[in-house]
Structure formats: structure tokens, C-alpha cells
Design a protein. Structure first.
Length: 137
């Protein structure tokens, strides 16, 4: 009887750890998807948009450089996003038509709205966006 009890306790602990790891993996995947959604959105707004202006902060909310991730119906996903737009490593290209194609580096950080590290940690994605507009200083 004692051996059965010890075995059952060990199985219960294993089940709890397994459920915890599954939840952490699901939440990390959701956070990465939310970050990618913001990068995709920023790719479509153009360099003239306030969201693509050359500033922002990953540690504090800056105007036009932070938001809450929401579903299509307006409900919150449980994540906050902040992004920074800065100069990209390569230079701008001036086309023969006179249009300047510039690149900007965009870094998006996603973090859970609550500060419970057991849920997920911050996710950060960085990409380079090319578009028509001025080069970041």
C-alpha cells in the first residue's frame, strides 16, 4: 500500500509539471504570434505613419509605439506590445524616379499584461522593413 501511495504522489507531481510546461509553451507561442502580427501590421502602414516614426521604447509606453493586442472582435489577448523603429544597417537607395527607398529596423517586444512570470516571459522580434520615405537619423 505504501509503494502505491508513493507512486501516485510522484505521478500527480509529474502531471502538474507536465500541465505547467504545456501552458507555458502555448502562451509563448501566442506571444510570438502577437509580435509577428504587429510586425506584419507595421509592414503595411508605410513610413509616413506615426507608428513607423523613428522612435519608441521597449521599456516604457511611448505615444504611437505601444498597444494592447486584441482579437478581431475587440477582446483583449492578454498581451501588451511596445516597439522601437530605428535606422537599419544598410543605406537608403534613391531610384531614378527620385523616390527614396529606405530601410528601418523594427523591434517588437510582447509581454503579458500581468506580471506573473509563470505564464510566459517577454518575446522580442526584430526585422528590417523597406519602404518609401526618409532614413532614420
Amino acid at each position: 500500500m505504501m509503494i502505491c501511495t508513493v507512486g501516485m504522489i510522484a505521478m500527480a507531481e509529474l502531471l502538474a509539471v507536465s500541465l505547467r510546461m504545456q501552458q507555458l509553451g502555448r502562451n509563448s507561442t501566442s506571444a510570438a504570434r502577437v509580435a509577428q502580427d504587429k510586425i506584419d501590421e507595421l509592414n503595411t502602414v508605410g513610413f509616413d505613419s506615426p507608428q513607423m516614426s523613428c522612435d519608441g521604447s521597449l521599456t516604457a509606453d511611448e505615444p504611437d509605439h505601444n498597444d494592447d493586442a486584441v482579437w478581431a472582435d475587440g477582446t483583449r489577448k492578454g498581451f501588451r506590445r511596445r516597439w522601437v523603429v530605428s535606422a537599419a544597417p544598410d543605406a537608403a537607395v534613391v531610384l531614378t524616379s527620385g523616390v527614396t527607398l529606405a530601410t528601418r529596423q523594427v523591434t517588437v517586444r510582447v509581454f503579458p499584461e500581468n506580471d506573473d512570470r509563470r505564464i510566459t516571459q517577454q518575446v522580442e522580434l526584430t526585422t528590417v522593413v523597406r519602404g518609401a520615405g526618409a532614413v532614420c537619423p
